[in-house]
Design a protein around this ligand. Sequence first.
Ligand code: NAD
Length: 287
Amino acid sequence: MTTIGFIGLGMMGQPMAHLLHAAGHALVIRDAVPAATARFAQEHAGVAVASGAADFAGCSVVFTMLPDSRIVDAVVGELAPHLPPGACIIDMSSADPNRTRALAGLLGERGIGLLDAPVSGGVKRAIAGTLSIMVGGDADLLAQHLPLLQRMGQAITHVGPVGAGHALKALNNYVSAAALIATAEAIHAGAAFGIAPATIVDVINASTGKNNTTENKAHQFMLNGSFNSGFSLALQAKDVGIALSLGQAMHTPMALAEQVSAMAAEASRSLGPAADHTELYRYVAPA
Ligand code: NAD
């Protein structure tokens, strides 16, 4: 079995690394928070906690599941000199596609491959191993590493050259955020008119306005006030910002994305770094 590196054991990284370990792979793990790696190692026999980048020298593949491109660039930059030529980094974070392309160029000079393989489906589907994974990069490199990705996801799609996965992921999250805000506004307006919020959600689910927020998030995380989906508002705001930048760079009009991005960024500033993205529901509530 391949020795696999896994960096970033947060809300998503933990269940994903767990599935690789459950498949019998030897793991070397790292996270900026020592308690995260200590807990994982305690619960998973044989896992090695890296004390530095050199500890990944025996890994032919390293997964990253980190907050953003700034951190991915720093972590991978430190890692690259220690990896053997022919190694592959699979960045499953949601990151900036232009920075991903630049990173692939730098890694290519060292003979190291890069696949961007961001995911959609949230913590629940990460635990179940049923994530949607959109992959950018070389098709042969993907074919080589497909069995590992299949441990974590079900719908695995090669969407184009390196960076294309990150581009599509940002666009997906823009669509998802727009639908969440639209749904939250509709629930508040309908409730003010006297219709029960649960009825609004259920009727939309039986109608053409159905979306992931009405189907999954509204009852589970919004109407009951739990706001604990496991996906932070700060990360969502980052993703919508990437989608907007992409549209601007491609000279495609994205008038709605400008508003969604501004709202998500302002809500994130106002509600703080610990806020869950489903708290947009209370952010758009009438005063
Ligand atoms: P998270 O904040 O829970 O986890 C990120 C982890 O990275 C943390 O454990 C953090 O300590 C670690 N980290 C930060 N800087 C580091 C560094 N320099 N070196 C090593 N470790 C470092 O975030 P998450 O929710 O797990 O999301 C991870 C990525 O996946 C993000 O890009 C996010 O946008 C994306 N994503 C999240 C979800 C979700 O539902 N949470 C769904 C799909 C995609």
